[in-house]
Design a binder for this molecule. Sequence first.
Ligand SMILES: [Zn+2]
Length: 362
Amino acid sequence: MKYTLQINTGSFDILKVYDINDVLDRLNYAFSVIDVDRVILGWNNCVDINKTIIDLCAKNNTEVFLWLPVFADVRRIDKSDKLVFLNENNDSSISVVEGENFEFICPNSEANIDEVIETYKYLSTQCHFDGVFLDRIRYASMANGFDSLLGCYCDKCLDVYKNNNINIDNLKTKTIEDFIPCGMNNGLYDFADEDINKLFTIKRNIVLDSVNELIDRFHALDLKVGLDVFAPAISDYVGQDVSSLAKKADFVKPMMYSVTNAPAGIPFELNALGEDIKNKINELWGCDISSPEGFIKQIENLKGNIVPGVEVNKLDICNASEEYLEQCIKTGVSLGLKGMVLSWDSLHADKTMFEVAGKYNG
Ligand SMILES: [Zn+2]
């Protein structure tokens, strides 16, 4: 197993790394005990710390990817096309992680795509990156509130719905019960209501088209592109068709977070979707999707360079243990995976976690 270290230096406003010697100590230890082939770093613009980490990675023949938020927690919300809710609820942000509010913008906007490139330029003026790692390439989830499931209703998105003959008045009458799937095809859900099926298809296509455009534009800048996506069993609720997204990307990291009680954590998102949807999802996948068996079933049929992410943090909102990490890595080994990402912040992981990962080097 080769490992990617995901390193969270903070958001645009809040630097979460205080002591460069501590950073070097932890990273040197990680490099000494585990096979690291990639580092994901972001997204505070702390040039000294970024450069120090990049230099250390160069000495260890490790690629560095710049972690970039795409459709939420963006750098300049005032330059972005906002997301418009169907039912005029405008406060759906969540505060679980300091400096990140999960306030989403419209994924169907050229201006918002341009702004991602601008943000890359802003963060890379004095630092060289081998690639970018695109995060928040999705719609808000049910954790942001029910309206988030219904997508965006800006003028551009309304045009798309019109062209696809969606009955918006019908969507306005929907409740969470209407989003209990009645079937599943290649990991994508079917619903009894035809307008919901059309809406889910459009959301998938909008995210895919925008992400593919970003991949093309970053490839043209000679940068590799990695993608952060939800665990496949819950990704369809945020507009992510993981199989399709994996086609163009250099790697895709499904967040197989079974102990994260924050956005993208499987228990957190299932709790927001509610007991009925959770039970139906587990029934359709034939297992508890938070279990090791669920990990296997969600990953085994994916094509492309799939590098699942597992947690290594011990926090109140993320209680990863050595036993949990070892179970996840063993599951990855049984799937024949060549790599996994130690998320979501290797810089704040105990050294014992690196020792566990090191047992499966190679
Ligand atoms: Zn829109």
